[in-house]
Ligand binder design. Structure first.
Ligand code: DP6
Length: 342
């Protein structure tokens, strides 16, 4: 009863912000994303019959770090009680499906800074869902896995299918699922992430989005989403990079307008975030097609075509405040691995 899964983080081009049903984690709007090759979570889950409580270990291993297996549990980082509860609660959903009540031993490693607005909950809950379901031999379809992952963290459902993914908002738990629109090999896009802060943020996305309706702009944004999804799908199908970039930047700014006008306001950007946004506009004027998008954090995702990746990385490296760069290509979805962490 042991399995390991590797799940990519994803970057939303059309973002999820706000829930119409908190308990079922149904979103107010459909969203669309690309899986990321350079930011992922590996999770091993085992259900030994004699454990008295869930035993959860989290690690953060920066890129290029060699990980010694099996992991030594003493070296894991401390996990907050709310994070632990969220994970145990999600394991309960899977135990419920399996009708087996064994407690779990879980080890999980992110290859990127956790909780810095880099979708660690997306890759984390996608990997946990697939590993735990496999450990119980549940034989769920991809669609069922996305529904289950969604209950752990909404954006996690988009990390399960391959490449470019749409999460349909749906009107019930079973109809709110994610599926692959196009495979990762479809288009050689890049997401160059400029990390300008690598410590956890003060307000979690779940808490932040629960006050969405205090912003006067939330409804206007939600009403525009179906048209934006149609337009961005068309841009993807036509490989029209300019159109894709304009739409994803528009939705990023629309979402942040909502965040910044909520009560209390959520202002995630820092000086470096703003500097990068200004630079992007300048680079475009001078002929380099690049667009930005930002999740609930200060780090900036710079979307370009593969031909411009190297030049872009050189430019970003020189901006004051950029601590680290993670370059990504479109990635496959969550996969099982035979290499267990313990
Ligand atoms: C800004 O999926 O982390 O990154 O469902 O409450 O766990 P919960 O929220 P989460 O929200 C992600 C929000 C976002 C936009 C996006 O990825 O679509």
């Amino acid at each position: 009863m042991k399995a390991t899964a590797v799940a990519p983080a994803n970057i939303a081009f059309i973002k999820y912000w706000g829930k119409k049903d908190e308990a079922l984690r149904l979103p107010l709007n459909s969203s669309l994303s690309m899986n990321l090759s350079g930011a992922y979570t590996t999770t091993t889950v085992e259900f030994p019959p004699n454990l008295l409580e869930d035993d959860i270990h989290m690690y953060s291993a920066p890129p290029r770090t060699k990980i010694q297996l099996p992991l030594k549990f003493g070296a894991s980082k401390a996990i907050g009680s709310s994070e632990r509860e969220k994970i145990s609660h999600h394991l309960d959903r899977i135990r419920q499906k399996a009708k087996i009540w064994y407690k779990a031993r879980v080890a999980t490693i992110n290859n990127f800074p956790s909780s810095a607005g880099l979708a660690s909950s997306a890759s984390g809950f996608a990997a946990l869902t697939m590993a735990a379901s496999e450990a119980f031999k549940l034989k769920l379809s991809e669609k069922e896995l996305t529904v289950l992952a969604r209950l752990g963290s909404g954006s996690a459902c988009r990390s399960i299918p391959d490449g470019f993914v749409e999460w349909r908002e749906g009107s019930s738990s079973g109809s709110s699922f994610a599926y692959s629109l196009l495979p990762s090999s479809y288009w050689k896009l890049c997401d160059v992430i400029a990390i300008v802060q690598n410590t956890p943020k003060d307000v979690s996305t779940s808490d932040g989005m629960s006050s969405i309706k205090t912003s006067p702009y939330w409804k206007g944004r939600i009403n525009k989403i179906p048209d934006k999804i149609d337009r961005i799908k068309k841009a993807l199908l036509e490989k029209n990079f300019q159109s894709l970039g304009e739409i994803l930047e528009e939705d990023c700014l629309d979402m942040h307008r909502v965040l910044q006008t909520q009560n209390p306001p959520l202002y995630y950007w820092n000086d470096a975030t703003i500097k990068i946004m200004e630079n992007v506009r300048g680079w475009r004027k001078s002929g380099m097609p690049v667009y930005f998008t930002i999740d609930a954090g200060p780090n900036v995702h710079l979307i370009c075509e593969a031909k411009d990746e190297k030049t872009l990385i050189e430019k970003v490296r020189n901006i004051f405040g950029v601590l680290e760069i993670i370059s990504n290509k479109p990635a496959q979805g969550t996969k099982l691995s035979k290499k267990h962490l313990f």
